[in-house]
Structures are given as C-alpha cells and as structure tokens.
Design a protein around this ligand. Structure first.
Ligand SMILES: Nc1nc2c(ncn2[C@@H]2O[C@H](COP(=O)(O)OP(=O)(O)OP(=O)(O)O)[C@@H](O)[C@H]2O)c(=O)[nH]1
Ligand SMILES: [Mg+2]
Ligand SMILES: [Zn+2]
Length: 299
C-alpha cells in the first residue's frame, strides 16, 4: 500500500497521472494516481502530494504552485499545457523533416518571455547540413547556443548532457526531428518510443504525451510530442523585446516610440531588413507572430 507523500508528475493522461515519489526509497516506483475531479488539471512536471485510497488506488491531493508553464495551441485554438517547472527549453531541429523556423522563433520568444533559458539542438548531424547552415549561423549570431548531435554515433551527446546537467529540460520541435531518440541517447533506460522502435499504421511512431525522465544528478528531461503550434506570448511588445532581440535593439532608433515595424515612416527595422542587417526571414517570423496574435486576441 502506497503511503502519503509528495512527488513529481512524470506524465498526465487526462484521467490519471503517473507520479514519481520524492522518497528516495521509492524512486523505482511510478504511482498511477487518479484525479479528484475534472477541475484538477495536472501537467507533466507538476509537484503534487498524493494520498492512498483503497488499495491500490492513490489520488492526487494537491498541486504546488508552478514556477512556469509551457503551453501550445490545440487544433481548436485553445491553450493546452505541455509541461511545468522547467529550467530550460531545448528546441530541436534537423536537416529533415524540412525545418519550420517560425516554430523555432515562436518557441524562443515564448521562453524568453518566461525567462526560461533556451538551447537549439541541431540533430542528425550525420546528414547534410548545407541547407540549414545559414539559419543556424543566424541564431548563433543572435546569441542562441547551438549544439550539433547525432543519436546514432553519439556525436555531441556528451555536450548536450553537460549543457542539461542538474536541471529540468523540455525538448520540443517538429515531429521526426529526433527528440525521443535524444532522450534515449541521454538515458537509455528511458526507452522512449521512437519511430524506429514501434511503427503505427502509417509506418511511424510519434510521441503523444509529454513524458518526464530522470537523468543523473537530480536532472530530468521531458520528451514532448512534435508540435505544429505554440501559444503566442501574451504580449507582442514584450516578445519583440525579449524574443526578437535584434528587432528590439534596432527598433530603439525608429522615429516613433511605439513603432511596430510594419510600415510606419522612419522605421529603422525595415531599413535594416532592406540592407540585410536583420534577417528577412526572422523579420517575417516577427510579422507572422504579430498576425497570429491579432487573430487570437482582436483589439
Ligand atoms: N540520420 C539520423 N536519423 C535520426 C537521428 N536521430 C533520430 N533519427 C531518426 O529520426 C526519426 C524520428 O525520430 P524520433 O526520435 O521518433 O523523433 P521525435 O522528434 O521524437 O518525433 P515525434 O515523437 O513524432 O515528435 C527516427 O527514424 C530516428 O531513427 C540522427 O541523429 N540521425
Ligand atoms: Mg517522439
Ligand atoms: Zn520600426
């Protein structure tokens, strides 16, 4: 019979959650806990307390306030939580599938707004990087740390391990870039399901629920499902300041203080784009984020 205790949510399945108890004597256990009611919304990474009901049932008693939360948008435009209490966001891209840089920009801007440090992992370094090299250089020049990895040969995995040590890291990125493969390379015991191990009817396996795995030294890594969307930051102005650092830096010399860089006269950002000092692709991301935001929250 499981006793009363505290723990961390490894995965949330809607009706129940999987909890890893804090008690070191019980680390090997993952408890299946039920929720008290529909109002209890629990996310991977939540810190909870649990109580035994009739054996073997265990229920979640309470949830601690979250330090932070990463959300995305579901197909109906509603915000859906992905994982809570994170120390770092790790955005994974690869030469294939074809990279969605707007997704990278949105994640980076969203994490910057929440003060979550971000790392760009460029996986599948065994494949030809030529097509994505220029974009990676752009991010590197903007100060985003980029790490190249290959899960088959293990190249770069030790550097990734060192970069994520003793902290909780969420892996995000398009389906098929190799997030689950990276989890398995870091911690083979995880046995996270990848396209290689199991295949669905279309011949591939994809992660469907965020799942947290323990790493050594008190760290953890969260494998998330591949995403197409990501909740836009609550404030576009702040996203521009924090997430699009080059736009903000140049925007301080626009003629108008509240310039949104969309065609206002005397806009330094537009000039910088025309002169190639700001990446036209990044500027287009900024505009797309602005349009997305206006669609979801009309004035
Ligand atoms: N060439 C190469 N292929 C890789 C590498 N890492 C992963 N793959 C392959 O990429 C495919 C997708 O890997 P997954 O780890 O399932 O990708 P994922 O990002 O978890 O995908 P979702 O769960 O759908 O979001 C699999 O066929 C992997 O074998 C790598 O470093 N190089
Ligand atoms: Mg996966
Ligand atoms: Zn401007």
């Amino acid at each position: 019979m499981a006793g009363v205790g505290n723990g961390v949510v490894l995965a949330s399945y809607g009706r129940g959650v999987l909890v890893q108890p804090d008690d070191p004597a019980r680390w090997g256990e993952s408890l299946r806990c039920s929720l008290k009611g529909r109002s209890q919304r629990i996310v991977c990474g939540d810190r909870v307390s649990f109580i035994p009901l009739s054996d073997p049932d265990v229920a979640i008693e309470s949830i601690e306030p979250r330090r932070n939360l990463i959300e995305r948008i579901d197909s109906r435009g509603r915000a859906e939580p992905v994982a809570a209490n994170l120390d770092r966001l790790c955005i994974v891209v690869a030469p294939e599938p074809v990279a969605d840089w707007f997704l990278v920009d949105r994640y980076w801007a969203g994490a910057a707004l929440k003060d979550i440090p971000t790392l760009l992992v460029v996986n599948k370094s065994d494949l030809d990087f030529a097509g994505i090299r220029a974009e990676i250089d752009t991010y590197q020049e903007l100060g985003l740390t980029c790490l190249e990895t290959a899960t088959g040969s293990g190249d770069g995995i030790e550097r990734l391990r060192a970069a994520t040590l003793r902290s909780v890291t969420l892996l995000v990125g398009q389906s098929g870039v190799g997030k689950s493969s990276l989890v398995n390379a870091l911690t083979p015991a995880a046995a996270a399901q990848t396209a290689e191990l199991t295949r669905d009817t279309e011949g591939r396996h994809t992660t469907t629920t965020a799942r947290r795995y323990r790493l050594g030294c008190g760290g953890a890594i969260v494998d998330a499902p591949g995403v197409r969307d990501f909740a836009p930051p609550a404030s576009l102005q702040r996203a521009a300041e924090r997430g699009f650092i080059e736009i903000h830096a140049t925007g301080t010399s626009c003629r108008f203080n509240d310039c949104r860089h969309l065609g206002e006269p005397g806009c330094s950002v537009r000039s910088a784009v025309l002169e190639g000092r700001i990446s036209a692709r990044r500027y287009e991301s900024y505009r797309r984020l602005l349009r997305l935001y206006e669609k979801l929250s009309p004035p």
